[in-house]
Design a protein around this ligand. Structure first.
Ligand SMILES: N[C@@H](CCC(=O)N[C@@H](CS)C(=O)NCC(=O)O)C(=O)O
Length: 287
């Protein structure tokens, strides 16, 4: 039986409200403790975790490096959001919104902070003039980039939360509401990819880089154990696109950077050079 609830006149914070990530949530912004962020030797300092939002930026850096942009070298530092690292004073100076990913760009005369994964992708794409597609197709690339930024909260905060993380019993109304929306979004992608090779046309761009960690991984059965529930295999064009990106060496690397769960050989807590991946490959062969 669902508990009946009528919102009071004024909402008050009653502390943790259940669910896997409940301890992170509070209605106040800002730092909870003093903590300086580490800084490595490369021009880009990334503070992140290998969630879909984090993987987007890892993928962008790995694509830039693979494409020969050697100035895109980066240090990636692990932010354990389950431990509250995102509320440290150093982190909130880079991202006042206390969410990964956050980037410091020291490549110019003045250090620049960038937060929000979409802004980071665009910042890097403009800086290196890469993965933006042809100028006449720029509006299409940006439309899909911002589609991802607006759509993924329904997938993560809506569907993922109520289907997978929320306290049991699950709430049918909420699961239905967000399943409907996520299936509609998958259909949007599927119809789009029936017409073209990549999300924004015939070039691989930041639109693919933004969308793959969320919707590609969902289609590959890695999101919320919901592959069967959502019948992801029916979105055949999305499956084709998701598998194509998944086969890229850059995508394999991107999924490892700042990963702090799963198989030990998949977890590269910090990334400082391409050699860090080799060590992990040797761990896998050795183990
Ligand atoms: N719109 C943001 C979302 C970032 C986001 O939600 N990050 C999550 C992990 S995927 C986070 O850091 N959560 C920590 C918290 O909510 O305290 C972006 O795309 O960068």
């Amino acid at each position: 039986m669902t508990e009946t609830y009528e919102p009071p006149k004024i909402w008050t914070w009653e502390g943790e409200n259940g669910g896997e990530w409940a301890s992170l949530n509070r209605p106040i912004a800002g730092a909870t403790h003093d903590k300086t962020l580490p800084r490595g030797e490369h021009p880009f300092q990334l503070y992140s975790l290998a969630t879909p939002n984090g993987v987007k930026v890892n993928l962008m850096f790995e694509e830039l490096l693979a494409a020969g942009y050697t100035d895109a070298e980066y240090d990636a530092w692990l932010i354990r959001i389950g431990d509250g690292d995102q509320f440290g004073s150093g982190f909130t100076e880079v991202n006042p919104n206390s969410k990964i990913p956050a980037l410091m760009d020291y490549s110019g005369d003045t250090p620049v902070r960038v937060f929000e994964s979409g802004a980071i992708l665009l910042h890097l794409a403009q800086k290196f003039d890469a993965f933006l597609g042809a100028p006449e197709n720029r509006a299409e690339v940006l439309s899909w980039l911002f589609w991802q930024m607006g759509s993924a909260p329904y997938l993560g905060g809506g569907f993922g939360h109520f289907y997978h993380y929320s306290p049991k019993p699950r709430i049918k109304y909420a699961v239905d509401r967000f399943t409907m929306e996520v299936k509609r979004q998958l259909d949007v992608l599927d119809k789009n990819l029936a017409e073209r090779e990549w999300i924004a046309g015939d070039e691989y761009t930041i639109a693919d880089i933004a969308i793959w960690p969320w919707y590609g991984n969902l289609i590959l059965g890695r999101g919320y154990n919901a592959g069967e529930f959502l019948q992801v295999h029916t979105y055949e064009n999305v499956v084709r696109w998701a598998e194509t990106i998944d086969a890229r060496e850059t995508a394999k690397r991107a999924r490892m950077v700042n990963k702090a769960m799963g198989e030990p050989h998949e977890q590269l807590h910090e990334r400082h050079s391409a050699e860090d991946f080799l060590t992990k490959t040797q761990d896998k062969i050795g183990g």
